[in-house]
Design a binder for this molecule. Structure first.
Ligand code: ZN
Length: 194
């Protein structure tokens, strides 16, 4: 008979530089994996012509679990730009749309882009020292590094949440976060800044 204490590891060590989290597999996303995510396709090809940089990594602890359990992941988004757009994660909705998530910044500087799936209402929220971001259900979310060093964060979500990347694959987020006068700025995707 298994006991409650065997359901999930009670103590997990993480490495905020390498990005490992316990024994969880380290998933790496390079620039080629993010084709179509950035607004400026020409800038994307120009960056890619110089190499295929690692953009982000995620390690998630997701054991088979019951309804009340939690899953969690350690993410690292590396610094970099594609045109005026910062390096970012692909972003997702949760398969179980009601599932919320808590993002806790560990180091670096960045923002989260949130988008209400039904209304398209979007928000840019800072991941700065002594802040955390609550992502409600039914909200697409993407993490963006706006600084010069890796952005490291923990995400904690219901074990039943699941990840739905497909819903955004066709249309992408309605807004982009671009650098304008040295600051992150939220713009509609179609709007080209000169
Ligand atoms: Zn999530």
């Amino acid at each position: 008979m298994s006991t409650l204490l065997e359901v999930a590891p009670l103590l997990t060590r993480f490495d905020p530089v390498i990005g490992t989290l316990g024994d969880a597999p380290l998933v790496k996303r390079h620039l080629t994996d993010l084709r179509g995510c950035f607004r400026d396709a020409d800038a994307f090809e120009r960056v890619l012509a110089k190499g295929n940089p690692l953009v982000y990594s995620v390690a998630a602890v997701e054991p088979a679990a019951g309804d009340g359990d939690l899953h969690y992941g350690l993410g690292i988004v590396h610094p970099g730009m594609v045109g005026d757009e910062y390096f970012l994660t692909r972003g997702h909705l949760h398969t179980w749309r009601e599932a919320a998530e808590l993002y806790i910044r560990l180091s670096g500087e960045g923002v989260m882009l949130l988008e209400d799936e039904a209304t398209g209402e979007s928000r840019m929220l800072p991941l700065l020292p002594n802040t955390l971001v609550y992502v409600p259900g039914h909200t697409a979310h993407r993490t963006i590094n706006t600084g010069d060093v890796p952005l490291v964060y923990l995400g904690v979500y219901p074990a039943a949440a699941g990840h739905d990347y497909g819903a955004l694959a066709g249309r992408n987020f309605r807004y982009v976060v671009v650098q304008h006068n040295g600051q992150p700025c939220l713009q509609k995707r179609e709007q080209i800044h000169d």
